[in-house]
Ligand binder design. Structure first.
Ligand code: GLV
Length: 327
C-alpha cells in the first residue's frame, strides 16, 4: 500500500467505474466474492483500512470495528444497514453511510414485477409448458388474481413503498399502508392512500401485502402466524425488505396449509440459506436478493457510497454528506 494515500477495502467486486473512481484517490483492495461475509476474516484483515465499502451480507460488528483501529467510515453498498452496529460505530467515532434514493425506482419496478408474476402464476405456467403439458389453449388454465380494484397493503411507506404504490395505482389498485408515521397529506393524496395504524388490520383488509420496511426490533417477525391468519386465503405476500421481517417457519406452514395463496420472496432470514419448507411451498417465488440489480442502479449505489467515503476522508463536514446515518 502506498503510504501517502488512504486505504480502502471494498469487500467484493462492484462496478469497475466505482473502483476506478476510488483508485484515483486511495489505495483500494477488493475482496473475493463472499470472503468477507465471514466476521473472522474481516476482524483479521480490517486493521490497515481507513474506510470500508461493504455489502449488506457483511457483518460489521463491534468486534470488527474495534479491530479496525484506523476506520473512519463504513459505507454500505445498500440502503438497508441492519448488518452494521450503528451504535458502536457512533461511540467509536466511525461514520456510517447508506445509499438511499438511487435504488428507489429499480426496487419499485421489481416489486411490481414480482406482483405480476405471482398474481398471474407465471412461474407455474412456464414450467407447465416446459414440461410438455401445453396441449392447446385452456379456458380454465392458470386463472390468477386481477389487480384492478384490489387492495395493496404496504408495510413501510418510505421511498420504495411509495414507488411501488405509484406503480400499483396505475394498475387500478387501492393503496393501504402501515408505517411508523402517517405520510404528509400531499403524498397521501397523490396515492389516494389510506393509513392503517394496526398492522393486523392491514393484513385483514389486503389482497396483497408488501413488505418495504427496514429490519428493526419493531419489525422483526412482524409477519408471524397471527398476522398470516388474519390475511384472506386468496391473499399474496411480497417481501423485498429483509427476510427476518417474516417468521419463515410460520409462512411456510401458511403456504402449505393454504392459509394464504402465495408469496414472492427476494430476501431470507439466513441468506444465502433458504428455509427448506419454503423451497417446496406451493405458489412461491424465491429470488436471490436482486431488487436493486440493474446496471444503472448498482453503479449509482457504488458511486454514492464511494463519494461518502471520499468526503469523510477529506474531512468534509458531516452536515454536507446527505447519506450519513446518525445513530
Ligand atoms: C438491498 O437490500 C438494500 O438494502 O439496498
Amino acid at each position: 500500500m502506498n503510504s501517502g494515500k488512504p486505504n480502502i477495502l471494498i469487500t467484493e467486486p462492484i462496478p469497475a467505474k466505482v473502483i476506478d473512481h476510488l483508485r484515483d484517490f486511495a489505495n483500494v483492495t477488493v475482496g473475493e466474492k463472499g470472503y468477507f461475509q465471514s466476521e473472522e476474516n474481516l476482524i483479521n484483515e480490517i486493521q490497515p483500512y481507513d474506510a470500508l465499502l461493504c455489502m449488506l451480507s457483511v457483518p460489521v460488528t463491534e468486534a470488527v470495528m474495534k479491530a479496525g483501529s484506523n476506520l473512519k467510515i463504513v459505507a454500505n453498498f445498500a440502503v438497508g444497514y441492519d448488518n452494521i452496529d450503528v451504535e458502536t460505530a457512533g461511540s467509536l467515532g466511525i461514520r456510517v453511510a447508506n445509499t438511499p434514493d438511487v435504488l428507489t425506482e429499480a426496487c419499485g419496478d421489481y416489486a411490481m414485477g414480482l406482483l405480476l408474476a405471482l398474481s398471474r402464476k407465471l412461474k407455474e405456467a412456464e414450467q407447465y409448458l416446459r414440461d410438455g403439458n401445453f396441449k392447446g389453449w385452456e379456458p380454465l388454465g392458470f386463472l390468477g388474481m386481477e389487480l384492478r380494484d384490489r387492495n395493496l397493503g404496504i408495510i413501510g411507506m418510505g421511498r420504495i413503498g411509495q414507488a411501488f404504490a405509484h406503480r400499483a395505482r396505475a394498475f387500478g389498485m387501492n393503496i393501504l399502508y402501515h408505517n411508523r408515521s402517517k405520510l404528509d397529506p400531499d403524498s397521501e393524496k397523490a396515492l389516494d392512500a389510506t393509513y392503517i395504524e394496526d398492522s393486523g388490520e392491514l393484513a385483514e383488509k389486503s389482497d396483497v401485502v408488501s413488505l418495504n420496511c427496514p429490519l428493526t426490533d419493531n419489525t422483526r417477525h412482524l409477519v408471524d402466524s397471527d398476522f398470516l391468519n388474519r390475511m384472506p386465503d386468496h391473499a399474496l405476500l411480497i417481501n423485498i425488505s429483509r427476510g427476518a421481517v417474516i417468521d419463515e417457519e410460520a409462512l411456510a406452514e401458511a403456504l402449505h396449509n393454504k392459509v394464504i395463496a402465495g408469496a414472492a420472496l427476494d430476501v431470507f432470514e439466513k441468506e444465502p440459506e433458504v428455509h427448506p419448507k419454503l423451497l417446496i411451498a406451493p405458489n412461491t417465488l424465491l429470488l436471490p436478493h436482486i431488487a436493486s440489480a440493474t446496471h444503472r442502479t448498482r453503479q449509482d449505489i457504488g458511486m454514492l457510497a464511494a463519494d461518502a467515503i471520499i468526503s469523510v476522508l477529506n474531512g468534509k463536514d458531516d452536515r454536507e454528506i446527505p447519506n450519513l446515518i446518525t445513530p
